[in-house]
Design a protein around this ligand. Sequence first.
Ligand code: ADP
Ligand code: ADP
Ligand code: ZN
Length: 214
Amino acid sequence: MKIIMLGAPGAGKGTQAKMIAAKYDIPHISTGDIFRANIKNGTELGKKAKAYMDAGQLVPDELTVELVLDRIKQKDCIKGYILDGFPRTIPQAEALDSALNDRGEKIEYAINVDVPDENIVKRMSGRRACVNCGATYHIVYNPTKEEGICDVCKGELILRDDDKPETVAKRLSVYHDQTQPLIDHYDAKGVLHTVDGTVDIDVVFAEITKFLGE
Ligand code: ADP
Ligand code: ADP
Ligand code: ZN
């Protein structure tokens, strides 16, 4: 089962991707999480990526594509995987499609989580991320059991630097310019499934399992 998640920043891609990965027992591969782990560990890649991320821009394709193509060659990806936050540009999608095509494989599901811009800023200001394990919560829509503490690992929760309203506006405009065209790209391949992302987390997930299967 090879799946990609599409949708604006804050649409709920990560939230749904984690649930899908758990239900279908496939790895959840988030490029944002990989970049943040590299920043935390002070790697060269992390240093390069940070400047772009803080500015609300995309990390260049040259730094992103290889990383993902290497990752999906790992053993744990044999049964499939869910890509969250990749591809984000047409060149990334073309590089992915062509690497898969060489192996006689393809993306089977492109799940587009649809949320209008008006809802996004509110979502992002309430998002909290665990510094330790990357789990995400929302202070109103998906709160932790104990305030400020991760349910999974007891790590500390923070507001991501790039979730400040100015940066969110920039990220939304980058999304419309560079990532939204992927909706038509995967629609043309007959693998697009659009779900309403404005309803409750569990309702979105139920919609997704309708086409992924029980
Ligand atoms: P969100 O889930 O809110 O959309 P992500 O965690 O996916 O945010 O991404 C955070 C940032 O990491 C992006 O704004 C971008 O700078 C960088 N990034 C993540 N994935 C990619 C990608 N596929 N191509 C380029 N940049 C990326
Ligand atoms: P993305 O990966 O697309 O950037 P996230 O999964 O991190 O988005 O979700 C963004 C924020 O919105 C998080 O705080 C998350 O808890 C919250 N959220 C996710 N899905 C929903 C939903 N269906 N309704 C309300 N809030 C949601
Ligand atoms: Zn945690």
